[in-house]
Write a protein that binds this ligand. Structure first.
Ligand SMILES: NC(=O)C1=CN([C@@H]2O[C@H](COP(=O)(O)OP(=O)(O)OC[C@H]3O[C@@H](n4cnc5c(N)ncnc54)[C@H](OP(=O)(O)O)[C@@H]3O)[C@@H](O)[C@H]2O)C=CC1
Ligand SMILES: O=C(O)[C@@H]1CCC=N1
Length: 269
């Protein structure tokens, strides 16, 4: 039986999921989306040929609802959805922080809820999506969720207690790499390179390093050692990074992201 999937609040992440499901072979008729603004609804219809309906309609028509609204909009969205969500629907939340318990509490008793933290490389099928079962979700619900997220990258199942840390690492993770690239391109400008050249050099270094990290199975320390020649250039740079506390800054940055995820949860309790 074809499962109909509705993306509730199709913004950046919701759209990435819709396009991923279409690339993976779902028909536009198998998908629904909801949006808050008419111009957004129009753009989604034109781009993907899918029906964009209101939240109540989506809850009635779809077997699986993917909640892709911001954490701060979650309570309001659940209030609109709850009267229309039958307890045999699967509800998947992609929101940072929000717990499955907070969602379950607002839906009919027994409704299966799954929490997922994905990331924007979903747009190029390189997402990392970490999936956790709520208290009524079965292995079959986890499998259905994995089927939705697998076409846009990798998936893992984690205990929900790890989701705030996952959000800090892989949910926000791409932003840290973009930030580092921005800073290194600035360094290239300082060293006298044209911006376009600096950008090309750093992006390819990032791609090469990422592929080696993923595919070689080597520890990052070993890979860095292989670049770091005695009395060479790399160690001169590493000394500066250590002097400026970059390692400690990254650890504290990710702790702050984890703490913010917890605060977002508290807003929906
Ligand atoms: N961006 C990222 O890298 C990641 C985001 N996430 C999570 O994904 C979720 C979405 O984030 P993102 O895509 O960046 O945010 P967006 O703001 O791009 O998308 C959310 C969309 O939901 C719409 N919306 C809000 N309330 C309602 C409602 N009641 N009914 C219908 N539509 C509604 C918004 O409308 P409007 O346009 O009018 O505001 C917006 O288009 C968040 O919970 C975030 O934590 C998870 C992993 C990574
Ligand atoms: O910044 C945020 O809150 C969202 C969640 C993870 C990535 N972006």
């Amino acid at each position: 039986m074809t499962q109909r999937v509705a993306v509730i609040g199709a913004g950046k992440i919701g759209e990435a999921l819709l396009s991923g499901m279409l690339r993976a072979g779902k028909e536009p008729a198998d998908l629904l989306a909801t949006a808050r603004r008419p111009e957004r609804a129009r753009a989604l219809r034109e781009r993907y040929g899918i029906e964009v309906v209101d939240n109540a309609e989506a809850a009635k028509l779809a077997d699986t609802l993917i909640l892709a609204v911001k954490p701060q909009d979650m309570v309001a969205a659940l209030e609109e959805l709850a009267p229309h969500v039958a307890a045999d629907r699967l509800v998947v939340s992609g929101a940072a922080g929000i717990t499955t318990a907070a969602i379950e509490r607002r839906l009919a008793e027994g409704t299966p809820v799954v929490r997922v933290m994905t990331n924007t490389p979903a747009l190029v099928d390189e997402a990392m999506s970490a999936i956790s079962a709520g208290s009524h979700a079965t292995a079959e619900h986890l499998e259905r969720t994995q089927e939705i997220f697998r076409p846009i990258g990798r998936t893992i199942v984690v205990p929900e207690s790890q989701q705030d840390a996952v959000t800090a690492l892989s949910g926000s993770g791409p932003a840290y790499f973009y930030y580092l690239v921005e800073a290194m391109v600035d360094a290239g400008i300082l060293l006298g390179l044209p911006r376009a050249t600096a950008h090309e050099l750093i992006v390819q270094a990032a791609v090469g390093a990422s592929v080696m990290l993923r595919d070689s199975g080597e520890h990052p320390v070993r890979l860095r050692e292989a670049v770091t020649s005695p009395a060479g250039t790399t160690i001169s740079a590493i000394v500066e990074l250590e002097k400026h506390g970059v390692r400690a800054a990254l650890i504290e940055a990710l702790q702050a992201a984890r703490d913010r995820s917890r605060e977002l949860a508290a807003g929906a309790e």
